[in-house]
Design a protein around this ligand. Structure first.
Ligand code: COI
Length: 354
């Protein structure tokens, strides 16, 4: 498929790199692609970043048939632009599409078109430490119809946003609230798909957590509310008795690419790392026994995010004296070194855009 390019007549000023925040500013161009049953995915085009004008009956607005991804482009010290495990994000986008009855997209074409968009927008990839260009590929259902069924037409689009740290805390420990009052997802539902419904389901508890001074919610399983699942904006890891543990993927947890990178790197270094069911009681008990050494989250937006405090019912525990632990620090240093081209890439995760 030939990608048409229409350049913006006026380019936007770039925000200062020390004040990027997360997901606030957007670049000059976006990528669009449409689907209908007669033509399949067609008409790829890079166009000026612009609002999507929709009929009020557009299906995505009513039934949430949509999926998205989050990945980043990084500027190396030499000024080159590179992607981290982008093909894994594309594979996950297609898995999410399957879960939401959305027609899959050709992975090679998604990669080619993303690189073309990034080459056009490369001046937007910031160079200051810990900044990057966040990439948000999205698919939405576009039929104008109010019956409940899968849409026959879709729009795929990619927007780009220069970003700094996701959490205001940066790489400092955050405080997490473990909730039993709400659930994010249940097995057999949409929990492992990257779809807006999971984020909508997290808002009420998230607001509650904020009111009590906590940054994020740690979700328990939706059936027994006994097993730890994930944080919504990231996966969760515990270091207990020198072993790195994360909940096994069970259908209701997002299969994070940074999560997988943590597991692969830890094993590459010869550390003990396991995926298994972990109860919240086991975590609290490990803390009482003095064996809970670290807790941290992993995600594209969050990278590695240390957790300094957990609150569960009336128990409030401080982890590692509220400081960044050695495993989280080592992982953060290694993953960011790979992403920014400052260190070895032993597992072949980066790809340049040129
Ligand atoms: C990501 O880590 O890319 C996410 O999508 C998490 C959040 C910003 C929605």
């Amino acid at each position: 498929m030939q990608i048409t390019v229409k350049r913006a007549e006026q380019l936007k000023p770039h925000p200062p790199e020390d004040k990027l925040g997360f997901g606030i500013n957007f670049t000059d161009h976006m990528l669009n692609l449409d689907y209908d049953t007669a033509s399949g995915w067609h008409s790829p085009r890079i166009e000026p970043y612009a609002p999507i004008v929709m009929d009020p009956s557009t299906m995505v607005l009513h039934y949430g048939q949509a999926v998205f991804e989050g990945l980043k482009a990084y500027r190396t010290q030499g000024g080159e632009i590179q992607l981290f495990r982008a093909r894994d994000n594309i594979a996950r986008l297609n898995r999410s599409c399957r879960a939401l009855c959305i027609p899959e997209l050709d992975p090679d074409f998604l990669m080619t078109s993303l690189k073309e968009l990034l080459r056009l927008e490369q001046a937007w990839v910031p160079g200051a430490p810990q900044t990057s260009l966040y990439i948000r590929p999205t698919v939405i259902a576009t039929d104008n119809f109010l019956g409940v069924r899968a849409s026959d037409t879709y729009r795929y689009f990619v927007i780009l946003s220069p970003v700094g740290a996701y959490y205001a805390e940066g790489f400092n420990p955050i405080k997490i609230w473990v909730t039993r009052r709400h659930v994010r997802a249940v097995r057999g539902g949409l929990g492992e798909a990257k779809t807006p419904a999971n984020y909508a389901a997290s808002l009420y508890a998230g607001e509650d957590a904020h009111k009590h001074g906590y940054t994020q919610v740690l979700w328990l399983d939706g059936v027994e509310q006994k097993y730890v699942e994930e944080v919504g904006s990231m996966n969760i890891f515990f270091v207990i008795d020198d072993e790195i543990l994360t909940p096994a993927l069970n259908g209701s947890i997002l299969p994070g690419i940074t999560r997988d990178s943590v597991l692969q790197l830890a094993r590459h270094w010869g550390l003990k790392a396991a995926e298994r069911d972990i109860t919240i009681d086991e975590v609290m008990q490990a803390h009482s026994d003095g064996k809970l050494q670290e807790v941290f989250g992993s995600g594209t937006a969050a990278v590695i995010s240390p957790v300094g405090e957990l609150k569960y019912d009336d128990q409030q525990i401080t982890i590692g004296q509220g400081r960044v632990g050695p495993v989280a620090q080592r992982l953060f240093d290694a993953i960011t070194a790979i992403q920014y081209g400052k260190g070895d890439d032993p597992l072949g995760w980066v790809e340049k855009i040129n």
